[in-house]
Ligand binder design. Structure first.
Ligand code: ARG
Length: 274
């Protein structure tokens, strides 16, 4: 992932609202029976979401799930899964970049239909949003400087720890190290920069993302022992059960036809989504 280095070096992350849309523009009715990716139509679309567009929030600071490529487009596992779901449902899916901590609130307030951002389906969040079936797993890890003396998460007790605001990583960090030692950042990149600058001694975040940051920055390393487990799911408007049903059906199909595997392989190199 050579792009990641650039992402990481781009310390100033502008909050561009980039909409990457996968429009299903095929309105050719006669081809529908033969084309499984176009097995729906506009009336079905408006049954699922009123305006016929599924608006999903993300936080594009989370490789390999969502990050900006050289063309300033949001790419990654989640971005591709979102577009594939759109194709299955015959609905346009738009992804909107924002702070991770705003995603659930934006769904609740009706600004978004859902969120796809490596979101862990926690009991707490289930009170506010529906969650699709899980499409990936992770664990919380600690990333540190390679030349530090920290070999185990316990070695960082009493040290300064960074995490991303509103994440399960932040919760795990607070549990493990005490709230007073945690500094939370809106964007993951800023937490990593704080580590690089010696402002904090470790960052707690999801495993695959930690690995990607370490790959892009040879001074960093990920400690082996994990702090907590996560299951990723798509967060969806709690008032829209049709959307939940449709998304779950699409995920099932993407699982069965091998699309999910293909997407994970493309972005995970040798890592597996287990
Ligand atoms: N899995 C963690 C959580 O749900 C972190 C997700 C962060 N995602 C992101 N796109 N920055 O809290």
């Amino acid at each position: 992932m050579k792009n990641l280095k650039k992402v990481l070096l781009a310390v100033v992350t502008t909050s561009l609202l980039v909409a990457c849309s996968g429009k299903n523009q095929k309105d050719n009715v006669s081809s529908k029976e033969n084309d499984p990716s176009n097995n729906s139509n506009k009336s079905v679309a408006s049954e699922i979401v009123k305006d016929g567009v599924i608006d999903l929030g993300t936080s594009a600071d989370f490789p390999p799930y969502e990050f900006y490529d050289d063309n300033n487009k949001i790419v990654g596992i989640d971005a591709e899964i979102a577009q594939e779901i759109g194709k299955k449902l015959g609905v346009e899916v738009k992804i909107k970049d924002m702070d991770f901590s705003s995603i659930i609130a934006s769904i609740e307030s009706g600004k978004l239909d859902g969120g796809i951002a490596g979101i862990t389906a926690t009991e707490e969040r289930k009170k506010n949003v529906n969650f699709s079936k899980s499409y990936g797993k992770s664990v919380q890890k600690v990333i540190v400087k390679k030349d530090s003396a920290f070999k185990n998460p316990e070695d960082l007790k009493g040290k300064k720890i960074a995490s991303q605001l509103g994440t399960t990583g932040e919760a795990a960090a607070k549990d493990t190290y005490g709230e007073e030692n945690i500094q939370s950042f809106s964007k993951n990149m800023d937490a990593i920069v704080a580590l690089n600058n010696g402002k904090v001694d470790g960052v707690v975040l999801d495993d695959q993302t930690a690995q990607k940051f370490a790959e892009a920055n040879k001074d960093l390393t990920v400690l082996e022992k994990d702090l907590a487990k996560d299951e990723y799911a798509i967060a969806l408007d709690k008032k829209n059960d049709k959307l939940l049903e449709a998304v779950n059906k699409a995920i099932d199909e993407l699982e069965k036809d091998g699309t999910l595997d293909k997407i994970f392989k493309k972005y995970m190199d040798n890592q597996k989504n287990e």
